[in-house]
Write a protein that binds this ligand. Structure first.
Ligand code: HPA
Length: 269
């Protein structure tokens, strides 16, 4: 709690009238979302208690700006378990944003498509997840002032917001598919046998992030919405070998589409 307050004090001192209501986490290669946005940005490395972002394709900045008349805090880049941070550190920023007044969190990520009906570049609205990381960001002593010890997980990805997202997508003629996201720790991509198993478990897309963030967001009672960009077919779904470079390039191309959808959703929140 002391650390959260210290970080929030820093942001309040750096940003005039810091009063965000919506937060957005941008995944690999999705920074183009911010290209035409003007606001105040602060490097993670300058923010006390923030881990340092180390993955290529992640900008590592917090941007405070206005979108469609709403104050938004945009995390350009996230923290991953595979970087060596604890899940508590990976999700620390979300607690700070909650204390800053955030009511809605929009999560984005790049993911591998397991569902054979998904094409590269598709945007998937996440309706549920499978935590395959073998750990949980809420492990440890619970601070009851933040959330309850055993949070319910039946509506992590807000049904109401998902309905809004679907309506907005149809208004811009976007074919928005819905699916289940499965999170691994990474950093190695999956084997073909793992992907086959994940498919049988009910996963449509696979990635190395987002689930810890969604667990904490739900714990903090924020409305959560999450999207995957299918940057590649998961291992064994097609013959191609996976590369981070390809993931970044495809993410960049599809992120324009996702940006217009998110803008529309924000207008309708
Ligand atoms: N697997 C895991 N994470 C990913 C993938 C994938 O195929 N694509 C983008 N992130």
């Amino acid at each position: 709690m002391e650390k959260i307050k210290e970080t929030l004090n820093y942001l309040n001192a750096k940003i005039d009238n810091f009063n965000p209501e919506i937060a957005i986490i941008l995944g690999s290669g999705l920074s183009v979302f911010c290209d035409n946005l003007k606001g105040k940005s602060i490097k993670y490395n300058d923010i006390p208690n923030f881990p340092h972002s180390s993955v290529s394709g992640h900008k590592g900045e917090l941007l405070y700006c206005n979108i469609e008349g709403k104050n938004c805090a945009i995390m350009q880049g996230r923290f991953h378990y595979y970087e060596g941070y604890s899940l508590q550190d990976c999700t620390f920023a979300i607690k700070v944003l909650k204390m800053a007044g955030i009511k809605t969190l929009i999560i984005t990520n790049a993911a591998g498509g397991i569902n054979k009906n998904y094409n590269i570049g598709d945007i998937i609205l996440i309706k549920d997840h499978i935590n395959f990381m073998g750990t949980n960001p809420l492990i440890g002593k619970n601070n009851e002032s933040l959330g309850e010890r055993f949070p319910d997980m039946s509506n992590v990805y807000s049904l109401k917001l998902r309905e809004t997202a679907k309506k907005c997508a149809s208004e811009i003629n976007m074919n928005l598919k819905e699916g289940v996201y499965l999170a691994t720790t990474g950093p190695s991509y999956e084997t073909a046998a793992e992907i086959k198993a994940f498919s049988i478990l009910g996963a449509d897309v696979v990635g190395m992030s987002s689930v810890p963030e969604a667990i904490v967001s739900n714990y903090l009672k924020m409305d959560t919405l999450a999207f995957s960009i299918v940057t590649n077919h998961a291992t064994g779904i097609s013959e191609n070998k996976l590369s981070h470079k390809e993931v970044l390039e495809t993410g960049k191309k599809a992120s324009l589409k996702l940006s217009s959808l998110i803008n529309k959703i924000i207008k309708n929140i």
